[in-house]
Design a protein around this ligand. Structure first.
Ligand SMILES: CC(C)=CCC[C@@H](C)[C@H]1CC[C@H]2C3=C(CC[C@]12C)[C@@]1(C)CC[C@H](O)C[C@@H]1CC3
Length: 371
């Protein structure tokens, strides 16, 4: 393989890279997980990912957008273990209230979306870009619905299935591999569809929303939390452009779109819009603490390893620990770069949020017309 060749994140690659995927305690098992990777493939994967962002012919927006599947899939092959270690099973941010734990606010944020999508017991629901299935499992508990999780990353599907067995939810869930721009489902097959901080990986928002529209039954609800640049984003500002690029690089996103583009895409897909709001910036009760506070400088959560790992100081600790693990050959070469990419994510998200050019929770709720 030439140094510039991209490693395609196929199912075979996933099996060879992640090797033995077992049930484990997510936070403390990061060392074991890193140890069990195929070292050569892990190194090649990070080199593939970095080619989209460092000196190479693939480092441009067009290339990233054309190759969104390779970009995002490779990102999650590398980032998933770290996400579980530092965040848990639900890969999204949440509005936070005083006295609320990370887990509580995560659940509340999910419940808001499930209620907005009018999900009730017995419904057939689609979770688009389901990660390792944290929100899907909560949707099942909260509503009694059957949830299908769609994901293009084999490793995350494998992990979602392990969790489904652990929580005895196999009869209420299914995790399906597929591209959300070309979903492997029949027209009109779900009672409700939702996506939590996932459709931002699409090259074109209208493409993924149209697919959600197609598979939704007439009269059914669509509810999403979208990652967007806000109206305060100024494309002529070097700082704004740099932060947007760092968010894209740190989070496996080919191109971030504005809230206006997202709303128009939902309308163009055919939805009758019922709710639209950047709920990160609402000054309502239940939103007293900024969503990014866990990642911000000075914040330390002593509730456990996971809380510490996501804090600014915890990230520094992890960076140093990973350097040692890589040096002594426990972690594959390139793992330090993965943690660096995630550090870029955390820092740019906080910086972008503080100047309000970015939101991870642009809420759009729409309905597919009955006829
Ligand atoms: C990428 C998208 C669309 C959504 C994921 C949102 C968040 C769950 C992640 C965004 C940045 C992530 C980081 C971590 C956990 C998951 C995120 C908050 C870590 C705290 C995981 C542990 C690492 O050592 C540091 C990471 C920083 C970024």
């Amino acid at each position: 393989m030439s140094t510039n060749a991209l490693l395609e994140p196929t199912t075979e690659l996933s099996k060879a890279l992640h090797q033995d995927v077992v049930e484990d305690q997510s936070a403390s098992s990061i060392v074991n997980r890193l140890k069990s990777k195929n070292k050569e493939l892990q190194t090649q994967s990070i080199n593939t990912y970095q080619q989209f962002w460092t000196e190479s012919e693939n480092n441009n927006e067009e290339s990233r957008t054309n190759m969104y599947k390779t970009l995002t899939n490779t990102y999650y092959n590398l980032a998933t273990d770290f996400y579980e270690y530092g965040w848990g099973e639900s890969f999204h941010f949440s509005r936070r209230s005083i006295g609320e734990t990370h887990r509580e606010s995560t659940r509340r944020h999910e419940h808001l979306l499930f209620s907005s999508a009018r999900i009730t017991s017995g419904m057939k629901v689609l979770d688009v870009g389901c990660g390792v299935g944290g929100p899907a499992r909560e949707c099942i508990r909260f509503t009694g619905a059957h949830v299908t999780g769609l994901n293009n990353n084999d490793y995350q599907i494998q992990r979602a299935n392990i969790y489904a067995a652990k929580y005895k939810q196999q009869d209420h869930s299914a995790f399906v591999k597929g591209d959300f721009m070309d979903m492997p489902f029949a027209d009109n097959s779900f009672d409700a569809v939702y996506a939590i901080e996932a459709t931002c990986h699409a090259p074109v928002l209208k493409g993924v929303y149209s697919q959600m529209y197609r598979v939704l039954k007439p009269g059914g609800y669509f509810a999403i939390y979208e990652w967007c640049l806000t109206d305060k984003f100024d494309p002529s500002s070097e700082l704004h452009k740099k932060l947007a690029l760092d968010i894209e690089h740190g989070d496996g996103i080919a191109k971030l779109f504005g809230t206006d583009v997202a709303l128009q895409a939902a309308k163009d897909a055919g939805f009758e819009i019922e709710i639209v709001s950047d709920i990160a910036h609402e000054t309502t009760i239940g939103n007293e603490i900024p969503w990014y506070s866990y990642l911000d400088v000075g914040m330390i959560d002593f509730s456990g390893l996971q809380g510490f790992a996501r804090s600014h100081i915890g990230r520094k600790f992890t960076s140093n620990a990973v350097k040692i693990l890589e040096k002594v050959g426990i972690a594959p070469e390139g793992t330090v770069k993965v943690q660096d990419v995630l550090t870029t994510a955390a820092d740019s998200l906080v910086a972008g949020a503080k100047i309000e050019i970015f939101t991870p929770m642009y809420l759009i709720v729409g309905r597919k017309p009955l006829n």
